[in-house]
Design a protein around this ligand. Structure first.
Ligand code: ZN
Length: 421
């Protein structure tokens, strides 16, 4: 099929929009959002609807032991590893109608479109619905894709508990989605279609975000220790005020973020001060620092700058300091060839586009560590997500799915001139 040209083929935007609206009725909230927590009865209903639609589109549906659902459309050579797309069907308690499910139904729309046009791809195509992406009911987030890629074990995933002590494994069985497939079948490539969940694309007036990767993170906790003393009797020059040290650090962290713009993020999100009394000079201060950046080398630089500044501030003010690095998550670069395919598809379709880094975690971040992977973003209104008012336009929904159609067609074709992939 690599010699065929399917550039004229487009998805059916009205059908996609109708499917999104139909799915949004499951767990619909009064304020126009969706509450569909993982492995609840509502999650089961949305899974059932997806399975019905996938079977009606001629797909074979399989479920793995962590409850990931795979709708598979046969290829010319079914022994070849499939090209996969998909996302998640669960939401936050006050979630929106598009986060996650847009990528699932966008994938389904691609398969329906291929049926409309009688197109058979060389490789099989699959649409995945990943289990418990949000991490709202069962922590951590992205469990289904973590188990699929081996980042977490199956036992770990199944033993996660919700706030009522119910286990993920028992709840999967209860809703009828404890499948028997071993998680982790081979894939040729993966593409995830998702709303941006931030304000960048809309502000720039771009329809497609070509996602080049996801940010890495570093988390710190810093304790600053001075001396508690009387606010009236202690002269200014002999004070060892931990809160003043903390304040300097907060401003430094913020400056570091601005200095690394547009890609860096630097946040102090929590502070504590003691004794927290209006007429005592604070001898104790504690703060959290969080850095994000798509480039590991830049995270390393921010780390070094933070350590140096903590030491400098403490020495200058006669304070003691302790810095603990408590968490790190390496940046996820997406596959350059997959990213280039998204860029090419957007350009070929005449959509305005820009490269963008994902600020949020996605199932694609797990997949990218094992399979050539990229993501496609479309804007969302006001950058709003994890919010009942989350919204996109039908035109954006259609554009993203058209890009997905093109990249999946390209990835699923096999060169027949002796270099079978
Ligand atoms: Zn999502």
């Amino acid at each position: 099929m690599s010699n065929d040209n399917f550039d004229h083929v487009r998805i059916d935007g009205a059908r996609l929009w109708q499917s999104l609206a139909g799915m949004a009725r499951i767990g619909a909230t009064e304020r126009g959002g969706v509450c569909r927590l993982a492995l609840t009865d509502l999650d089961r209903q949305s899974r059932d609807l997806f399975v019905d639609w996938a079977r009606a589109a001629g797909c074979d549906v399989r479920v793995d032991r962590i409850g990931n659902v795979f709708a598979r459309r046969a290829g010319r050579d079914d022994r070849l590893a499939p090209v996969l797309t998909g996302s998640h069907g669960d939401t936050q308690p006050t979630g929106g109608r598009f986060d996650g499910i847009y990528g699932v139904l966008g994938g389904l729309e691609v398969l329906r479109t291929l049926d409309d046009h009688g197109i058979r791809t060389d490789r099989p195509l699959e649409v995945a619905l990943w289990t418990n992406e949000e991490g709202s009911r069962f922590a951590p987030a992205m469990i289904g894709s973590a188990v699929f890629t081996g980042a977490s074990t199956l036992d770990y995933g199944l033993s996660r508990q919700d706030a009522d002590g119910l286990s993920l494994g028992d709840e999967l069985a209860r809703i009828g989605y404890a499948g028997d497939e071993a998680p982790g079948h081979p894939l040729h490539a993966a593409f995830e279609l998702h709303i941006e969940q931030g304000p960048i694309l809309e502000a720039a007036g771009h329809t497609i975000g070509v996602v080049t990767g996801a940010q890495g993170q570093r988390w710190y906790e810093i304790t600053v220790t001075g001396v508690d003393s009387h606010a009236g009797t202690t002269p200014m020059e002999v004070r060892r005020d931990a809160l003043v040290g903390l304040a300097e650090l907060v401003l430094f962290v913020n400056r570091l973020g601005h200095a690394g713009a547009p890609q860096a993020r630097a946040t102090v999100g929590r502070v504590e001060v003691g004794p927290n009394s209006r007429n005592v000079i604070p001898g104790h201060a504690w703060l959290t620092v969080e850095f994000r950046h798509p480039d590991e080398a830049m995270l390393e630089e921010m780390d070094a700058a933070l350590r140096a500044e903590v030491a400098r501030i403490a020495a200058a003010a006669g304070l003691q300091s302790r810095l603990e690095a408590i968490f790190r998550y390496a940046p996820v670069p997406f596959d350059p060839a997959c990213v280039a395919a998204v860029r090419k598809a957007a350009t070929g379709l005449g959509y305005s586009r820009q490269d963008i880094v994902s600020g949020a975690g996605h199932d694609a971040c797990h997949l990218a560590r094992r399979v050539p992977t990229a993501m496609i973003f479309v804007p969302c209104i006001g950058g709003l997500s994890h919010n009942e008012a989350e919204d996109i336009t039908p035109a954006w929904a259609e554009a993203g799915a058209n890009v997905l159609l093109r990249v999946m067609l390209a990835a699923a074709s096999v060169e027949r001139n002796g270099s079978a992939a």
